[in-house]
Structures are given as C-alpha cells and as structure tokens.
Design a protein around this ligand. Structure first.
Ligand code: HEM
Length: 143
C-alpha cells in the first residue's frame, strides 16, 4: 500500500525532493505523461461518441494537448509546468466558458480512461489515477 499513500502526497511547489517517490515517478515520468495527453486527444478525435466534446474545442488540438500535458505533470507530482507558464490552474474557473454537463464529463472520461490504460503499465496504478481524475472531472460540471 505504500505507493498508494504516496501517490498523491503533496509536493513542494518549486523544488521537488528527488528522493521521494510520487505518482509522477512511479508511472514513468515525463514520457508517460506526454503519452497520456497525446492519446487522450487521439481518442477524442477518433471516437464517434466524443465528437460533441471535440467540437467545443477552439484552440488547435496540439495546443490543448500541450496544456493538458503541462497540467498533468504538476498534478501528478512532477514539474509544475502549467503553473510556471500560466499561474494557478484554477481549472474550474477556466472551464466556465464551456457548458459541461454529465454527457460532456462522460465523454472527457471515456478519452482519459482509455489514454491512462494505454499509457500506464500497471492496472493498480491505472485505477488509482482514474479514480482521482474522475473526481476532478466531476468537479468541472457547471450545468
Ligand atoms: C469534465 C469535463 C471536461 C471538459 C468537457 C473539458 C473541456 C475543455 C475544453 C473545451 C478546453 C478548452 C480547449 C480549447 O479551447 O482548445 C479545456 C481546457 C483545459 N482542460 Fe479541460 N475539460 C474537462 C475536464 C478537465 C479535467 C478533469 C482536467 C484536468 C485533469 C482538464 C484540463 C484542462 C486544461 C489544463 C485545459 C487548458 C486550460 C487553459 O489554460 O486554457 N480538463 N477543457
């Protein structure tokens, strides 16, 4: 259970303690985070059931993918790439321009679940992260 407890242990904002393992290191670091963000948008672009979610995107997908990658890096305990560029994530506020109901949330989670399963090796790690990100996604609902 030790890795589970550490998985979402709060990290110091700017200097990470390299001796302390966290979710970011456990799942494979930068390379795996990039894979997740890339696969997430591949899923969204290819699945018929997520086209409504794809349609509300305004920025080029490559830009959205980059921001998701930067956010996930910090959220999982790695370098705070998003925060360094854009300041506090304030994700709920940043999603207010988009109408997010249960259907949108579910479309988002379909893509994210698949991306996590395709990118993270161990099923037990997949499950912990899917659970945590599902809570975060539900919190993004504003309708
Ligand atoms: C639950 C339903 C969600 C929906 C429908 C949704 C949708 C969107 C949309 C449409 C954008 C704007 C992209 C663009 O204009 O191209 C966006 C941005 C973003 N989303 Fe989500 N999102 C959801 C949940 C999440 C969650 C749970 C996370 C974090 C794990 C997340 C992370 C981000 C980030 C980091 C951005 C970029 C924000 C910025 O700096 O502009 N989103 N999202």
């Amino acid at each position: 259970m030790h890795w589970l407890r550490k998985l979402f242990a709060k990290q110091p904002q700017d200097d990470r303690d390299a001796s302390q393992s966290n979710a970011y290191d456990i799942i494979g670091g930068d390379e795996v985070i990039r894979l997740i963000a890339h696969d997430f948008y591949q899923q969204m672009q290819t699945r018929p059931e997520t086209q409504a979610l794809l349609a509300i995107h305004r920025a080029p997908i490559a830009d959205s993918e980059q921001k998701l990658y930067e956010f996930l890096s910090g959220w999982l305990g790695g370098p705070q790439l998003y925060q360094q560029k854009y300041g506090h994530p304030a994700l709920r506020a940043r999603h207010m321009p988009f109408s997010i109901d249960e259907s949108m949330r579910d479309q988002w989670l379909i893509c994210m679940r698949a991306a996590i399963i395709n990118s993270i090796k161990k099923p037990e790690h997949q499950q912990v992260i899917i659970q945590a990100i599902s809570t975060l996604a539900d919190n993004m609902r504003n309708r």
